[in-house]
Each structure stands twice: as C-alpha cells, then as structure tokens.
Ligand binder design. Structure first.
Ligand code: SF4
Length: 400
C-alpha cells in the first residue's frame, strides 16, 4: 500500500485570509537538498529495499547488538512497523526529555520529524548523538516559518513601533532557528499541553504576543482559554508585505498569529464533526488544538496527543469516540481498546506524510550503521543556535 501524499495547499481558517500560501511541493523521499528548510537532504548509504523480508529481523539484530548504547524514541504518529522498535513512545517534548534522562545511551534514534530531533539534540548531553532515520522527514508546519521571514516580521513590528510590547512564543513544532530567535527576544517555547501557561507568562511581560507558527493553537488558546475575542487576533501572512495587514492592525492586535498550520489537523472540518454526529448517536468528538477554531468549538473535548490517549484509556466501555488527530495514532487506539468504539473523525484526512517517511528500511539503515560504529543522518544544532533555543526551552520548563 502506498502512503497517501498530503495536499500541501494550506487550509484557510479565518475569513480574513482567503489567499493560498505558495508552498513548494514536499521533496520526494530521500532525494534532493533543501538545507534552508525543515525538509532535509539526501539519505546516505545503501537503503535496504522495502521488499526485503528480513527487515524486522535485521532491525531486531542491530538493536540487540547495540544494547544500551542506543535509545530509540517513537513519536505517537509513527507507523506500527517502526513503533514496535521504540524503547519509549510519546509526544515530541516528552521524548526529548526522556532522551536527556538517558545520558548512558550515546546514540538516540528519533523516529519522528526534524524539529523533534533538533530539540532532542539541544536537550541531551554533548556526548549523545541524535539520529533521524530519514533526513527528509520534516514538518510542513515548521517549514511555514523560516528564520528570514520571522526576522522580517519583527522588523515590521519595529517599524510599527510596537516590538517592545511584543513577547514571541513559539510552538514546539518549529525549527531550532525559530526557537533561538524567540529565546534571543525574551520569549518562550510552548507545547499543546502548556500553551495557556506560556501565554499567561508572556502577557505578564508584554501587552502583545507573536505566536509562531501554528495559528490554530494560538487562536484556540487565546479565545477558548484566555477569553480573548476573535477580533483580538490578527493573522500575519509572511508572503505579503507587512503581513498583508491593513495599517494599524498590528498596533491594535493583542495576539499576532503566524499564518501557519498543520497539514494534517488543519484539514478536519466542521462538516466532519456534523457528519459523525449524524451517523453515530452519542459519539464524543475529541480533537487536537491544532484543528481549526470552528472544529475545536464544535468538539466535546480538546487536548494534546497525551490528553487524547488518556481520554480514550479512561473512557467507559461501550462509549463512542471520533478522534481528530493523526491516523496512525487513532488506529492504534482503536486496536488497543476493542471494548470502545474509536473511529477517525474524517474519511479523507490522511497520515502525516513527512512523519511516515520514517519506515523500516530507514530504521534498519540507521541501526545497522550505528552497530558498525558509523553515525548516519545525525542532527546537530550549532552551539549558538542551541544556546538561545535552550533559553526559550528552559523558560518553558520553568513555567509555573
Ligand atoms: S502532524 Fe502536522 S505538526 Fe505534526 S509533524 Fe505532521 S505536519 Fe508537522
């Protein structure tokens, strides 16, 4: 079966932003080079063919040979064929922290996407080397905010005379460059679990927030948890001069949202919610806060990946759940809880195609190379970027 390719076109989420963003197409698996973005470069070495019937045995043997020298992290959205080799599973932040807690493992294989491996490199000890099995496993959301674009936005804030009032906050799902930018400007990183606390922290230090790069998490948190009006938020489009905003809009806004979104969660629609409610009486709709505002407001429960897992685990037998998050996770939850009726919220939304670039052949290549003492596909953040990104991460860790 082939993995469906995401439609890279953006989903428009607010009535004031009808123009599509020009995003370049995602690179094909392991080909080409685009070091200026999250999308990775060539995959060195001899990739085993996907048809090799011994892949599972090869991965098992290489991992056994490495023993405690390797720590394999599996993000919740990974395929089953990869997750079976994970020592721990979790969301991006939990995994980076767990890697930092295992300094005895010199090799950390991060089965996730590029920004996650960067965060793991920043948080782990210097002697630990972080490997991303396929360097082409980027994140389309993280790609939507480049360092140059964010610098340009900050200049627009300076020109408007308001930069001194703005505290930048970036979602974990951003490149190390963006985290470092935020760290340099006195801001903080947040996750989908602590976004409210991060915003409370930021508004105690400035009257405005620049929220990067996921407009939905920013809007949903500001409106649903901080009690802002939708009109308090503006969307800065990095592809338009001045963010495409009318004069005075930046000055009047309390929340400046970056025009980015998740290509998976952003595709769930209000129709999917209405449709499942009509089809399944008594269904509970449970979605991730990266979904569009109208989806989140129509849902019964909203929360991070860890929250979603816990909600399903604690749900009574016989209850029905339509879950709006990545398909691999929803499928695993459905299989793990056959006493509950767990289904995917939408019929058309597909897997995260970049996350799915990590497959068994790439995992085998990484593990066998490490077993030979050869480190391939290492992710290394330069010391200065790591220093400032770490400052923004540490502020998050210190949140009350
Ligand atoms: S699910 Fe969305 S935010 Fe997560 S890695 Fe994929 S594109 Fe990025």
């Amino acid at each position: 079966m082939t993995t469906p390719v995401q439609d890279p076109r953006p989903v428009d989420l607010a009535p004031d932003q009808p123009t599509p963003t020009d995003l370049p197409a995602l690179l094909l698996l392991g080909t080409g080079a685009d070091p200026a973005s999250e999308r990775g470069v060539d995959c060195p070495g001899e990739l085993p063919p996907a048809s090799d019937p011994d892949l599972v045995e090869r991965a098992r043997a290489a991992k056994a040979a490495l023993g405690d020298r390797v720590f394999v992290l599996g993000h919740h959205y990974q395929r089953d064929e990869v997750i079976q080799f994970a020592d721990v599973t979790g969301d991006s932040f939990k995994l980076a922290r767990l890697a930092a807690d295992r300094p005895e493992a010199p090799y950390v294989v991060f089965c996730g996407v590029h920004f996650m491996a960067e965060s793991a490199d920043i948080l782990t000890a210097d002697h630990q080397q972080v490997v991303l099995p396929d360097l082409a496993a980027g994140c389309s959301m993280a790609d939507m905010a480049t360092f140059d674009q964010v610098e340009e936005c900050w200049e627009a804030l300076e020109d408007a005379g308001i930069a001194g009032d703005v505290v930048p906050v970036t979602y974990m799902n951003s490149s190390a460059d963006i985290k470092a930018f935020v760290g340099r400007h006195g801001g903080v990183v947040c996750t989908s679990s602590n976004a409210k606390r991060a915003l409370d922290w930021a508004y105690a230090r400035g009257s405005k927030v620049l929220f990067l790069p996921d407009q939905h998490l920013g809007r949903n948190t500001a409106v649903l948890e901080l009690g802002f009006a939708l009109e308090d938020c503006v969307v800065y489009n990095p592809h338009r001069p001045g963010g495409g905003l009318p004069d005075g809009a930046l000055r009047d806004a309390r929340m400046i949202l970056w025009r980015g979104h998740c290509s998976v969660h952003g595709r769930f629609s209000l129709d999917s919610v209405n449709d499942v409610r009509a089809r399944v009486p008594g269904v509970n709709v449970l979605v991730h806060p990266e979904c569009q505002h109208e989806v989140v407001t129509a849902a019964d429960l909203v929360g991070s990946t860890e929250f979603i897992i816990k909600a399903i685990e604690e749900a009574p037998a016989g209850s029905s759940w339509a879950v709006g998050t990545e398909l691999n996770l929803v499928r695993r939850l459905a299989n793990a809880h056959p006493d509950k009726n767990v289904m995917f919220l939408d019929k058309t939304v597909c897997f995260c195609s970049t996350m799915n670039r990590i497959d068994l052949p790439h995992l085998v290549l990484s593990l066998e190379s490490l077993a030979r003492g050869e480190v391939v596909n290492r992710i290394q953040v330069d010391p200065e970027t790591a220093h400032y990104a770490r400052a923004a991460l540490d502020r998050m860790l210190a949140l009350p």
